[in-house]
Ligand binder design. Structure first.
Ligand SMILES: NC(=O)c1ccc[n+]([C@@H]2O[C@H](COP(=O)([O-])OP(=O)(O)OC[C@H]3O[C@@H](n4cnc5c(N)ncnc54)[C@H](O)[C@@H]3O)[C@@H](O)[C@H]2O)c1
Length: 244
């Protein structure tokens, strides 16, 4: 029997963890659609996927844009015939205490993380359900439960993704689709370097085991693990790395 050529969609693929996940998926033989707000970085990752010998596709969109997300999923399905893997990794982080948090920044975090994850999952589900195969990985954070100062909008958004992931795992299970969340722990990416104020960096480092920030490539391992054929029996798991 011929082996199925697995295809993946990774959001936030232009930078940090999403980029590392896209490239590791390519190394493991997956074709990868690289989705990001920024066309240039999405195209760079897609080119690097191609350099690894797999098909790469760059799609520039905002994960908050429902029609664009639906069109992207259709584009991938039409081009490659399947959608096997979704890693919803796009994210933003801006620190502010609740008393100063703007309504716009609250909405921005909730929309990019929670709504973006919902829209991407919803867009790939019909294809995965028809295939009776799928690997969905959402991206969360230990900050959903840590109560860390300045992270109200980000933490609330990640908490929403935790709940969403648990529900979707139940709904998707009859169709052979696994749904798991990975929380990479503090990881050395532009989001962390730009979003954590200097006075909170020591606290962040205390949550990073062994006193160092893992690289995006190290952080990507857990997400990629959830996408493998061999993890068909694992669903509804919220795996948060780090000392929270
Ligand atoms: N770095 C960490 O310490 C850490 C810890 C826990 C969880 N996370 C999560 O990991 C994920 C990846 O973060 P990262 O650290 O690699 O950050 P990053 O800033 O390096 O990458 C995030 C990517 O998401 C893209 N993006 C942002 N808004 C978007 C939108 N509206 N539509 C499409 N793409 C958009 C950005 O352009 C960027 O390329 C995020 O969900 C983040 O919350 C990161």
């Amino acid at each position: 029997m011929a082996t199925v050529q697995r295809t993946a969609i990774v959001t936030g693929a232009g930078s940090g963890l999403g980029r590392a996940i896209a490239l590791q998926l390519a190394r493991e033989g997956r074709d990868v659609a690289c989705v990001d707000l920024h066309a240039a970085t999405a195209e760079q990752t897609a080119a690097d996927v191609e350099a690894l010998g797999r098909r790469g596709l760059a799609v520039a969109l905002d994960v908050r844009d429902a029609p664009a997300v639906r069109a992207m999923a259709e584009q991938v399905r039409d081009a490659w015939g399947r959608i096997d893997i979704l890693v919803a990794c796009a994210g933003v982080l801006k620190s502010a205490p609740v008393v100063e948090l703007s309504e716009a920044d609250w909405d921005w975090h909730l929309d990019v993380h929670a709504k973006g994850t919902f829209l991407c999952c919803q867009a790939v589900l019909p294809t995965m359900m028809a295939q009776r195969y799928g690997r969905i990985v959402t991206t969360v954070s230990g900050l959903a439960k840590a109560g860390a100062v300045g992270t109200a909008a980000y933490a609330a958004a990640k908490g929403a993704i935790v709940s969403f992931t648990l529900v979707l795992a139940r709904e998707a299970e009859p169709y052979g689709i696994t749904v798991n969340a990975f929380g990479p722990g503090p990881t050395d990416t532009p989001l962390l370097r730009g979003g954590v104020p200097p006075e909170r960096m020591a606290e962040t480092l205390r949550r990073a085991p062994f006193g160092r920030l893992p690289t995006p490539e190290e952080g990507a391992e857990l997400a990629v693990w959830f996408t493998r054929d061999a993890t068909a029996h694992i669903t509804g798991r919220i795996f948060v790395q780090g000392l929270y």
